[in-house]
Ligand binder design. Structure first.
Ligand SMILES: Cc1ncc(COP(=O)(O)O)c(C=O)c1O
Length: 419
């Protein structure tokens, strides 16, 4: 037998092994200053493309004033206890009603965190005789939610309706034998590559198969659809989504999340969602703060319009310069380049130090080996000048990647990491 920690100390995991080279710079970087298009990184001014504050609400004075007033009135603690026991208020109810109205569902239920909330929702929605069929590229919170399921689960190939149908056939056979039901899960927008889930095509399969449809719309809520109600609204099938999930941590620049569905289903979840039943209620600062943000979403359509102006400028500019931005159909803007992890590190350093551009870098094992993904999140706070500076910087780094500059610069790291 060995000590439990031996393995942990020997093998730090696929990302953890990079910690000595990456921490504080590539991972766990400290962005400073007010949340906006321009922030400071290690004392330098940088254009930030890595923050999900899509509508630019995080630093608006009128939003911060509501946060501050709530903090003064209620402190950070109120209400104490779980919703069921002592943590329930009129404002929690008000926010739920407004969210339900906004996404055109009968009822909504607040979650303290999106991640745990959706895990718990998956856990509550299925029993051991039910079958889950989910897109293989779903976010970690969905994968973890599916791990809680005691019954069968099938994945379908990413956004592949044929593969979904094949798995629905298998799932239907099993469900008939077990007298269970089927839950299909997709995302409104896949956050790494920016593709919208094929919600319309999936919903159309309801005519042929009996299943319920859960959509995680973390990146679609506030950014897609005529009113900002998300990917379901954008694709005209909001009614076909049986359980809608979105987080406040992106376009609403807050914390917390919600589920929306028919009243009967939300009533069930209120009494069966373990992450809420056995956890302290969402503090009033966030409840009041999200009420204000939701009001901004409803009454300030120019924020979404500015966001999309920036999205189009950035994505079209990248495409015109011949960059591979994959198949994004949302604000999330990936730029795919070929290179090793050490080369990616040298490239990102160049972007930050010499061009003042801060964006997230995604490498293996999140994406296939040999690919570098620079993931950019345009927001309503960016300007067209930011876009122009960034496009020029990208042309420069591509040239240096292709002429081997980063390979030379990263030789020492490569040798040390045996890459
Ligand atoms: C698709 C998706 N679902 C869920 C979450 C988790 O939400 P939260 O940050 O509110 O826990 C995220 C956040 O990164 C996400 O991208």
């Amino acid at each position: 037998m060995r000590d439990l920690f031996d393995r942990i100390i020997e093998n730090k995991g696929p990302l953890g092994k990079w910690a000595a080279h990456a921490e504080g710079y590539f991972v766990f970087p400290k962005l400073e200053g007010p949340i906006s298009n321009r922030m400071k990184f290690q004392g330098r001014d940088v254009i930030t493309w890595s923050i999900n504050d899509y509508l630019g609400l995080a630093n608006l004075e009128e939003v911060k004033a509501v946060d501050a007033e709530a903090a003064l009135t209620y402190g950070a603690a109120y209400p104490m206890g779980a919703r069921m026991m002592s943590g329930h208020t009129d404002f929690h109810e008000l926010l739920e009603n407004q969210l339900a109205d906004f996404v055109k569902k009968e009822s909504a239920y607040l979650l303290n965190f999106g991640y745990q909330g959706i895990m718990s929702a998956i856990d509550a929605l299925v029993s051991k005789d039910d079958i889950i069929v989910y897109d293989v590229d779903c976010h970690a919170c969905i994968i973890d939610g599916v791990r809680l399921h005691l019954g069968k689960r099938f994945t379908f190939k990413h956004n592949d309706v044929e593969s979904l149908e094949k798995n629905l056939e298998r799932a239907t056979k099993l469900a008939e034998q077990q007298n269970g039901g089927i839950l299909v899960i997709s995302e409104g927008v896949f956050g790494m590559r920016g593709e919208q889930g094929k919600l319309k095509e999936i919903a159309a399969l309801k005519k042929k198969y009996n299943f319920r449809f859960l959509v995680d719309d973390a990146h679609g809520f506030g950014t897609l659809g005529a009113t900002g109600a998300g990917a379901g609204e954008e694709q005209g099938i909001q009614d076909e989504i049986d359980v809608y999930f979105a987080t406040f941590a992106k376009s609403l620049a807050g914390i917390g999340a919600f589920l929306a569905a028919d009243k009967e289903i939300i009533d069930y979840l209120k009494y069966n969602l373990r992450s809420q039943m056995f956890a302290k209620s969402l503090p009033m600062i966030y409840v009041k703060g999200v009420l204000k943000r939701l009001d901004m979403l409803r009454t300030r359509p120019e924020l979404k319009a500015k966001l999309w102006e920036n999205v189009y400028a950035l994505q079209n500019g990248l495409k015109q310069r011949g960059f591979d931005i994959g198949t994004t159909t949302s604000c999330v803007t990936p730029v795919y380049l070929n290179g090793s992890i050490p080369e990616a590190m040298a490239l990102v350093k160049d972007l930050r130090e010499n061009h003042g551009i801060f964006c997230s870098i995604v490498v293996y094992p999140v994406i296939p080996k040999g690919l570098i993904l620079l993931r950019m999140i345009p927001t309503a706070t960016h300007t067209l000048e930011d876009v122009e500076i960034t496009l020029n910087a990208f042309s420069s780094i591509r040239e240096r990647l292709e002429n081997g500059t980063y390979k030379r610069l990263s030789a020492a790291v490569s040798a040390a990491m045996n890459e």
